[in-house]
Write a protein of this length. Structure first.
Length: 420
C-alpha cells in the first residue's frame, strides 16, 4: 500500500530534496527585482522575474551586509543563493546570499521611453487639460466589475451629490487589458457621459502595466469627455496619470473630484437666496423714497396720471422680480433634483418667504401712494401756478388756491393766515 503522510511531512521531504539538489543550490540567477519590501528586521522580500516567469525571493539581514548598493524595484540583478521550500506555507522561494547589480529593468526602460515620447508630443501639457464639469449627470467608469474601485466610487457618489454611474467592465491586468481599457473609454464616449474615470487598485509595475501602454494613453488623450485617472495608490504613477485631465490618488479621490458636496451646495444656495432677498429689499426701499418725494412735489393736475404710471412700473417690477425668482427657483430645482427631500423643502420654504416679503413691501408702497392719502380725508393745496403749498408762510390773504380732494377739487381765496 502507498505510504500515508501528513502535509508537514510532505513539505519537509520536498525541502530536503531541494537542499540536496546541486542543480538548484549555489547558483547565480539573473532577473529583475519587483515588489521589494524591507522589514524592520532588516530582511528583504521581493519577486525575481524575467520575461517568462518569476519566483519569490528573500535576503536575510546577514546577507544584506555583503552588498554595497540598495536594491530597488525594476533593478536587474544577478542573485546568488539556493532554492528551498518554506515548510509552514509550502512556498517555493529563492534564498539570496549575495547579489550583483546588473542594470535597470526592461519594463522601467520601456516606461521611461514612452513617457519621453508622449511628453515631446505635448500630451502631458497643462494647456490641453480640460476642466471637470461642475455638475456631471453621468459618470463613466472603466474598471474591473469585481474590484473595490467601482464600490468605492458608488459609495462616494451616494455620500456627495448623486450622479448616474455607468460601468464599462474592463480587464485591467494581463494580456489584452490595454485593449479592453481602450474599448471602454471609446464606448463610454459614445454614450455621451460627462466624465470618465479610469482606474484600478494598487499593485506592482507588472500589475499596472496596462495603464502604461501607448494605446491607453492615446485613447485618454482622444476622449471627448474629461478623464480622471485613478490607478493604483497615491505613490503609484502611470503614463495614464500624466495624460489624463486630472489625476486622483485613489478611486475614492476620483469620485470626490468629480462630484460636489451637497452640504457645500446647500450653503451656496442659502447665500444666493439671502443675496436675492437683500437686493429685492433695496429696490423696494428705493421705490419707497421715490414715492415720498413725489408726495410733496407732484402737480395735482397730473397726480393721478403720474401715480398710475408709477404704479404700472411697480407692477412691472413686481412681475419681473417674481419671474426672476421663479426662474431662479426652477433652475435650482433642475440643478439639485437629486438632492434629498429635506433640501427641496428648504429651498421651497426660502422661495415662499421671498414671495411673502415681496408682497409685504408692495403693500407698504401702496400705502404711501399720494392718492391713497386723499382717501383718508386729507387734501392737496396748490397755488395758482400749480405748486404744492406745504406751509402757511407760503400763503397771503387774498391769494387764490386750489384744493384737491379724493373726488374733485375746489377753488378758494385765502382770507387770513396764522403761522405757528
Amino acid at each position: 500500500m502507498a505510504e500515508t503522510i501528513t502535509v508537514t511531512q510532505l513539505n519537509t521531504r520536498v525541502k530536503a530534496v531541494l537542499s540536496e539538489a546541486s542543480a538548484v543550490n549555489d547558483v547565480w540567477v539573473m532577473g529583475e527585482l519587483s515588489n521589494l519590501k524591507k522589514y524592520p528586521s532588516g530582511h528583504y522580500y521581493f519577486t525575481l522575474k524575467d520575461s517568462s516567469s518569476e519566483i519569490r525571493g528573500v535576503m536575510f539581514k546577514h546577507s544584506r551586509a555583503r552588498i554595497d548598493f540598495e536594491p530597488c524595484d525594476n533593478m536587474k540583478v544577478a542573485a546568488f543563493g539556493r532554492a528551498e521550500l518554506y515548510v509552514e506555507r509550502g512556498a517555493y522561494q529563492f534564498v539570496v546570499e549575495a547579489m550583483r547589480q546588473s542594470g535597470i529593468g526592461d519594463l522601467h526602460l520601456a516606461y521611461e521611453a514612452l513617457k519621453r515620447k508622449l511628453e515631446s508630443e505635448g500630451l502631458f501639457d497643462a494647456s490641453r487639460k480640460r476642466p471637470l464639469p461642475m455638475y456631471p449627470k453621468v459618470i463613466g467608469v472603466v474598471t474591473s466589475p469585481a474590484g473595490a474601485v467601482i464600490h468605492d466610487i458608488v459609495t462616494t457618489s451616494g455620500r456627495l451629490f448623486p450622479a448616474d454611474i455607468l460601468l464599462y467592465p474592463a480587464q485591467v491586468q494581463g494580456d489584452g487589458a490595454a485593449q479592453s481599457i481602450v474599448r471602454g473609454i471609446e464606448a463610454l464616449n459614445r454614450e455621451g457621459v460627462d466624465v470618465v474615470i479610469v482606474g484600478r487598485g494598487g499593485g506592482s509595475i507588472e500589475d499596472l502595466w496596462a495603464f502604461n501602454e501607448e494605446a491607453v494613453a492615446r485613447a485618454i488623450a482622444a476622449s471627448a469627455a474629461p478623464v480622471i485617472s485613478a490607478v493604483g495608490h497615491e505613490t503609484d504613477f502611470t503614463i495614464a496619470d500624466f495624460v489624463a485631465d486630472v489625476r486622483a490618488p485613489t478611486p475614492t479621490g476620483a469620485a470626490e473630484l468629480a462630484l460636489r458636496d451637497r452640504r457645500e451646495l446647500s450653503r451656496h444656495l442659502d447665500t444666493d437666496l439671502i443675496r436675492v432677498n437683500r437686493s429685492l429689499s433695496g429696490i423696494l426701499e428705493r421705490m419707497h423714497y421715490r414715492f415720498k418725494a413725489l408726495d410733496s412735489k407732484l402737480d395735482p393736475r397730473r397726480a393721478e396720471q403720474r401715480v398710475s404710471m408709477h404704479s404700472m412700473r411697480l407692477d412691472e417690477l413686481h412681475a419681473r422680480m417674481g419671474s426672476a425668482l421663479k426662474g431662479g427657483a426652477e433652475a435650482a430645482r433642475r440643478r439639485f433634483i437629486r438632492l434629498d427631500a429635506g433640501m427641496d423643502a428648504h429651498v421651497r420654504r426660502m422661495i415662499d418667504d421671498g414671495r411673502k416679503d415681496l408682497q409685504r413691501y408692495s403693500e407698504r408702497l401702496e400705502g404711501v401712494n399720494p392718492m391713497r392719502v386723499l382717501d383718508r380725508g386729507y387734501a392737496l393745496v396748490t397755488d395758482e401756478g400749480g405748486r404744492a403749498l406745504t406751509s402757511a408762510r407760503q400763503m397771503r390773504p387774498g391769494a387764490g388756491v386750489s384744493i384737491l380732494m379724493k373726488d374733485g377739487k375746489a377753488e378758494a381765496e385765502v382770507k387770513r393766515t396764522e403761522v405757528r
